[in-house]
Every structure is written in C-alpha cells, then in structure tokens.
Design a protein around this ligand. Structure first.
Ligand SMILES: [Zn+2]
Length: 260
C-alpha cells in the first residue's frame, strides 16, 4: 500500500505544480449588445420578463460562451441606453446593435462610439440596426446603408458572394431561408464588401425599388482601423434558432473583434 500511496501523492503534487504554472487565460473581449427599440420592437429582442434575456440576447451570449471568444454586456431598456457613457463604450472591444429608431444616446457618446470603431474597435449591426438613427449621417456611413423597407417576407434564395469569410464559409454557394428581406438606401457596392445577396430570381423582384436588382443582405467594411459587419437577416425567431444563422453571426462577431 505504501508505495502506491506515495505514487498517488506524487501525481497530485505534479498536477498541482502544472496547474500553478499554467498562466491564467486572459479575459475574453467584451461586446456591448444594444437591443433597445426606440421604434418597432421585434419579438426576438423582447424580454419575456424582467431579469430574463430575449432570444437574441441569449443566443449571442451563448455563442460567446461556447466559443470562449467574447462576453456580452446587455443593454435592453431605455434607462440602460441612457446610462451608456464614453467610458463604458471604451471598456468594450465591439458594439452590437439590434435596435430601431432614434436611440437616446447623447451626441458626445455617439461620437465616442464612432471614434472607438475608427481606433480599432468593432461594430456589428444585425437586421434592424439599419432601421436606427436616421437623423445621424455618421451612423449611416458607419453601417454602409439605411433601411428602405422590406419588400419581401418569405422563403428566399441567398447567394454567397464571398464563401471565404468566417461569417459565410459554412454556407456553401447559396442557401434558402425564410425571413423578412430588407432593401437599403444610401447603399453602394463600392463602399462595402458584400458577403451575401438576395437571388432576385427567388422572389417577385418587381416589388423592390432597385433597377439593378442588387439586394445585398450582409456585408463588411473597414472604418479607420475598425471593422464593421452587418447582416440583414434575423427578423424571425426561427432564424435565431437556425445553426446556419448562428454560425454566420458568430463568424461576423469574431471577425469584427479582430479575429482573422
Ligand atoms: Zn424585421
């Protein structure tokens, strides 16, 4: 018995030394996720009860936890939004907006957001992030476009223009999805790098406003040293439960955080 116990003791000691020598994992970057709706409120950002998370908040937090690539600060109520400061913006590596309408954020804090992105931060816009801050030209420029209605709400085919990006490389050349499909104004292909676009043959394209039928649904752009990712998908709760959308969003968030 004695030698065995001795061996066991040595193993425990070795394990303790190894654990002590392992450097602490650095804290993952933080994402400030804003889901306040100053205008129309989507079902996926509605909290079922005080103290609970909405579908979108829960999915994003789980994506960060499972991938160990980020942690989330949730900002959902008007009071939470009003409490955002330039310092709290700078305490986060990226911001994620699933918002609508004119957000009650002071001009100085707004400028801090734009500056933080230009200085190397990330900005992730999801679905109605483009249906937000119409009065703020710099916000429109940051995102690369502005909501101009949703001519379609149906099953549609989506073409993957860039199958190499972390947000799209799991999607193949094309896929079908049932969701609300946006069109944009103040949007130009020359100012963004398109990841996804609507296959116009899959819808009644005459309901859209663009003569060129060029309806991008996800894109990226660089803003100074910062990275901006936008996806127009995400209206339907079923889309948030769809693993393809979750991987799309995770890839976009990780890219905006500066991962390759
Ligand atoms: Zn919507």
């Amino acid at each position: 018995m004695r030698p065995r116990l001795h061996t066991l003791g040595l193993l425990v000691l070795t394990a303790a030394v190894v654990l002590a020598a392992t450097p602490a994992r650095p804290a993952p970057p933080r994402v400030l996720m804003v889901t306040y709706s100053a205008g129309y409120q989507h079902e996926v950002v509605r909290r079922p009860a005080i103290g609970t998370l909405s579908t979108a908040e829960r999915v994003v937090a789980e994506l960060g936890r499972r991938s160990r690539s980020f942690e989330v600060t949730h900002v959902s109520t008007r009071a939470d939004v009003e409490r955002i400061t330039a310092d709290s913006v700078r305490a986060h590596r990226a911001l994620l907006f699933f918002t609508t309408g004119e957000l009650p954020i002071a001009a100085a804090v707004r400028q801090a957001i734009f500056q933080a992105v230009r200085d190397g931060g990330g900005f992730i816009g999801v679905h109605s992030a483009t249906d937000t801050w119409y009065a703020v030209a710099a916000y429109r420029e940051l995102l690369g476009g502005s909501f101009d209605g949703h001519p379609w709400h149906q099953r549609a085919a989506v073409i993957v223009e860039d199958p190499t990006h972390p947000a799209t490389r799991h999607l193949g050349k094309a896929f079908e999805i049932t969701d609300e499909i946006y069109q944009f104004r103040d949007w130009s292909r020359t100012r963004v790098h398109v990841l996804l676009r609507l296959d116009p043959r899959s819808v009644d394209v005459g309901r859209g406003r663009r003569p060129d039928q060029d309806y991008a649904l996800s894109w990226i752009r660089l803003d100074g040293r910062g990275r901006v990712f936008y996806t127009a998908l995400g209206h339907e709760p079923a889309v948030w439960a769809d693993e393809r959308f979750q991987a799309h969003l995770l890839g976009g968030i990780q890219w905006a955080l500066g991962s390759p």
